[in-house]
Design a protein around this ligand. Structure first.
Ligand code: NI
Ligand code: MN
Length: 227
């Protein structure tokens, strides 16, 4: 069975699988490119947050309170949302996994930093592997290329969402190397074009992935694709 992925800009996307709407890193109201998206209409049964930076958490509290979605993140970020009155949270730490509905969700290594918008400690940054009835996929959050990525090959990933904007995260060449380490052919590009320092040539990026025998998917903001 297919999964559906809806892209909301930057690193925010939703994966619809097994009747769930898994929403990652909601950052809509502060994203100038996502002005056509109404965060109050985004469905979510789970909200997965890779790290504490504002461009990954901005709309999470409001969406969690409206939808009663469970906020899944690291222990520190889960506690921060809990203190804000978010009813349901799940705090993992690197290498740990938990059952979330029909999915096994694992919080995996990301090489980055993590601080919440109010200056609170945001724990260690991470990415997620979600493994469910439709197969496994990965959302890398913000990360550098790291050899730990070869550990994800064992999941037989159907697709991976990888940052390609450079400057704060991997750029295109490192994302290609990451996909090769993970053994994944289908990559959804995230964390690009939102701000001047992460603006890239998307045509060149797609060509570079194709040359490596990989597919770079860049859905438009608001677009839903089958994956
Ligand atoms: Ni970040
Ligand atoms: Mn970021």
């Amino acid at each position: 069975p297919a999964m559906e992925l809806t892209y909301y800009g930057h690193s925010c996307l939703s994966v619809n699988a097994s009747g769930h709407d898994l929403l990652f890193d909601p950052f809509i109201s502060g994203n100038p490119l996502a002005s056509g998206i109404d965060p109050e209409r985004i469905p979510a049964t789970e909200i997965l947050i890779t790290h504490g930076h504002g461009d990954h958490v901005a709309d999470a509290e409001a969406i969690a309170k409206r939808t009663n979605a469970v906020v899944v993140s690291n222990y520190e970020i889960a506690g921060w949302f809990s203190a804000k009155g978010v009813r349901s949270t799940l705090g993992l730490n690197i290498g740990g996994s938990a059952q979330v509905g029909p999915f096994r969700v694992k919080y995996v290594t990301a090489l980055h930093s993590s601080q919440l918008p109010d200056g609170a400690y945001g724990g260690n940054p991470g990415g997620f592997v979600v493994n469910g009835p439709e197969g496994a996929f990965h959302h890398a959050g913000d990360t550098a290329l790291t050899m730990d990525m070869q550990l994800l090959k064992a999941f037989g990933l159907r697709f991976a969402c990888l940052p390609i904007g450079d400057h704060f995260t991997m750029g295109v060449q490192d994302a290609i190397a990451a996909a090769q380490l993970m053994g994944v052919k289908n990559v959804v590009g995230i964390h690009y074009n939102t701000f001047p320092p992460i603006t890239i040539d998307t045509k060149a990026a797609m060509a570079a992935f194709a040359e490596a025998g990989l597919q770079l998917l860049l859905p438009a903001i608001g677009e839903t694709i089958e994956i």
